[in-house]
Structures are given as structure tokens and as C-alpha cells.
Design a protein around this ligand. Sequence first.
Ligand SMILES: *Cc1c(COP(=O)(O)O)cnc(C)c1O
Length: 452
Amino acid sequence: MRYVSTRGQTGPLGFSDAVATGLAPDGGLFLPESMPDISGLLPRLERLSYADLCFEFMRGFATDVPADTLRQIVNRSYAGFAHADTAPLVRLDERTHVLELFHGPTLAFKDFALQLLGNLYEHQCRTRGESINVLGATSGDTGAAAIHGLLGKPGTAIFILYPDGRVSPLQERQMTCTGAANVHALAVDGTFDDAQAALKEIFGDQDFRLRHRLSAVNSINLARVLAQCVYYLFAWLRLPAAERGNVEFVVPTGNFGNVLAGWWLQQMGVPIRGFKVATNQNDILYRLFTTGEYRVGDVAPSLAPSMDIQVASNFERFIYSQVGRDPAQVRAIMAAFKATGAWKFEHFDRGTFSASRCTDAEIPGIIQRVHRQYGYVADPHTACAFKELNPDRVSVVLSTASPAKFPDTIKAAIGLEPTHPSLETLKSRPVVKHRLPATAAAIRAYVDTHAV
Ligand SMILES: *Cc1c(COP(=O)(O)O)cnc(C)c1O
């Protein structure tokens, strides 16, 4: 399997090169040259454990990683999850399920992709005899999950930028209290989008990038999207056969990485009825799916901070298919969007996507309602997805974080303070972070002195 860039001026590359490169040098995002049809495999995949399913799925994509190595990488990646099912599917009523994606080491869904990515990087360092420096920006959970994916791995260093004061105290502790020498938590003076813009500039500097063997860890990495396809497939296979064809996955959405993975799986021939893109008050994607116009707004910090973005970095992969996989049109749209902050699609095809938007004023009430109705405690991101479920569908709500990561919001809503032992131990450890301006120059200077 080979991978092309949405902008058509890089590759095609093999899996390992596309993963190591992250963002394509032409500024685009990697995707499979053609989507394989896996529908014929489905009967064989029934009842596999999570790790076995992941191996069977990934071997069709990671075709340049030896099978026994891939199996070890996958097994190691999910061994640390605290639930026997890895991604348990919990039934709330006859039409509603929750897919719990928060049983990994940092208690959010990003562990699924970043545990795997960390082990893939380690494998690449070993086979190529080279070190690797991983650089990413986070609005909260990505950074923690990326750090825990690479924690203490020889030959690697990880630099994570996050908006100072705009991630939750517990999220910050997950990034800054690791005690690992290869971890650099960089608190920048600005928003997540400022950090991401600085990062884009740094990755655009080919010399710098090659000199430090830099790799991106933000949600655009090909391996992340593929790893996330697996839990949609796992959930689909766990549904009763009668419900499978009518299922709508309801996905708390920020950068469009999570929901993109489900949509790819649908394109691979898995009969999923649809997807709901559930945003918080930072609603660029809600507006897109309801009006056909993609227009940047200001970021307003919210109770669901991991969705506080206005430019959905993975969205370019969706645009690619909107324009009939024509890279020239992708380049034109991205250039116009960069220049004006907006793009209006003439013939927007929303396909099987619908969208909802949830303001901060609504989140506590939804947490209360879900708790009253089902006895279930949803974190503030998951609560956004519960805003309105389609009564004609079987809904699988993706629960992207443990409520224990957001104790204040939960306590204010239902009077209970959820806790988790791994978070309690963090509270006694020292915070180690470095404050920097949100400029490419400052970040570049820091990486220059600390890269491995
Ligand atoms: C990252 C994150 C999201 C948003 O996921 P995207 O892939 O950026 O759409 C939602 N909820 C939580 C808890 C997250 O950490």
C-alpha cells in the first residue's frame, strides 16, 4: 500500500516513510492511494480481541512492517489499557450505546493512536539506527497522549506546545509531571491555533526539519487516523447484526481526526449509516455541514477544551474527496482559505454526515440529563455528542475522555466528583514546563538546543 499527498506534489510513499514524515513536504496530508475494500474480511473479524483486530486491520496498511514485528507493536500498544475489552461498548437503551475510548494511560481516546505511533517510532529508530524528534501542538489531550506514547523511549525526544493556562490543570499535570528526560512540555503564550501556526512554519523549513529528523504528532499523522479506524470497526462488530446497518456514530469533534477515521472505514466498505459531527461552541465544522461554507471564527475557550479549535487540520482530507481527488483543486482551495479565512463550496456534498453544536451553557444540563436518564456520567466532550441523537438511528456515542479528567465541570453539574487513581498520584509530583512565546523562532531555538 502506498500513500499520496492531498496536494499531489509528494510521493507516493510507503507506510513507514509517510508516518515518519507526518505532514507532507508539499503541505498536504497523506492518504491511501486507493481505499481498499475490506467488506469481504468482515466475517473473519468477528469476535477478535481488540489487539488481534488491530493487527488484522493494520497489516493491510503497514505493508512495509514485517508481520511479526507489527503484531508485537500492536500487542504492546494496547497491553496498558485498563479494561479487558480495551474499547468497551456500553448499551444505554435499545437505540443508544457509548463506545468508551478512555481506558488508556491518559484517559482519553488519543491513547489509541499515540500508543501505536510511539511504538512505530521506536521501531523506526531501531531499524534505521537514527534518533527522532517529535514535535506537536495540543489543546489538551493530544500532548498528554503523545508524551505517554514516547515516555522514556530511547532515541526519541518529544516537544509538546500547549496554550499556557488553557488546558485543564489535570491535563497539564499529565504532560508536565512525567519526570522523563526526553519529554519537553512547552507552555506557549497564545492559543492552540497560534501554536499550530508556528508549528506549520517550522515544518515548512526543510533544512531544520531534516537536520533534527522532526516528525509531527498532531492529528494529521497517517498512522493516527488508521489506528482510529480500528475502534469503529470493533464497535460495529460488537453490535447485534440487526443494528449494524442502521448505526450512526456520534463523534465529539475538533480537528476532524476522529470522525475522519470512521468515514474512511465506511469508504472501505463497512456498512455504516452515517456520522454526526458534534462540535462545542467553536463550531466551524457545524457551520460547514449546515451551510457549505468553511469560515474561520475566533476561538472561545470552552468546557470541552480539546475541541477548542477553529481550523480543523484534518479537514483537508475531506476536501480532497469533495473535489474528486484532484490535488490542484485542493491546493487552490487551501490557498484561498489561507488568504481569506473562508471557502464556500459551490456543490457541497455532505454525504452521510450530519452535525450538531453545543454551547457551554448547554453542557452541564446535558451531563445532568444523561446522568438522570441512564445513570451514566459523561465528560464534557462526550456531553456535546449527547446534544441530540437521531431517533431513527442506532446511535453509538464515542466517549472521548474519562469524566475524571474534568472533575469541576462534573461536580458543578451533578454534585459528584469523579476521580481516577492515575490522576491522584500526579497531584503530588512536581510540574516541569518551559514558557515560550508562540513564535516559530522561539520554538526553533528551543528545539535546536534540546533535540536528540
Ligand atoms: C482531541 C479530542 C477531541 C477532538 O478530536 P478530533 O480528532 O480533534 O476531532 C474530542 N474529545 C476529546 C476528549 C479529545 O481529546
